[in-house]
Design a protein. Structure first.
Length: 120
């Protein structure tokens, strides 16, 4: 299937509607029927202000980034991005074209998700 790799970069302590933003994003995507999403806490990184943050000291808790990512169809990407925009959440994201599928699908997999190895 053709789709997108959609990744949001959020501060680990950022909140929206009284929930951690990374949790809120996962919950909203789940409610929309997106098949899966993950959140990963960074070990180190820097942003637009070029300040390097590393996970070495307790006092830096809350300053690192959480990457929240989804592999989605174009329609799912559009709906999720529109939701974030409608909620007026300021967030940096990456939207990258992706080809995805399931090798050896079972009966529970949605139609059309099987990978065609002859035409990858």
């Amino acid at each position: 299937m053709e789709g997108a790799f959609l990744r949001f970069y959020v501060h680990e302590n950022a909140r929206h509607r009284h929930a951690l933003l990374w949790e809120w994003l996962l919950e909203q995507a789940n409610r929309m029927g997106i098949r899966g999403g993950s959140a990963f806490r960074a070990m180190a990184g820097f942003g637009r202000h070029h300040v390097l943050y590393e996970n070495h000291f307790f006092e830096l808790a809350g300053t690192l980034t959480v990457e929240v990512e989804f592999i989605v169809t174009p329609e799912e990407a559009r709906r999720l991005l529109e939701l974030v925009e409608r909620e007026k959440i300021r967030v940096f994201y990456a939207h990258i074209p992706a080809r995805f599928g399931v090798l050896n699908p079972d009966a529970d997999d949605p139609p059309g998700t099987a990978v065609d190895l002859e035409n990858p």
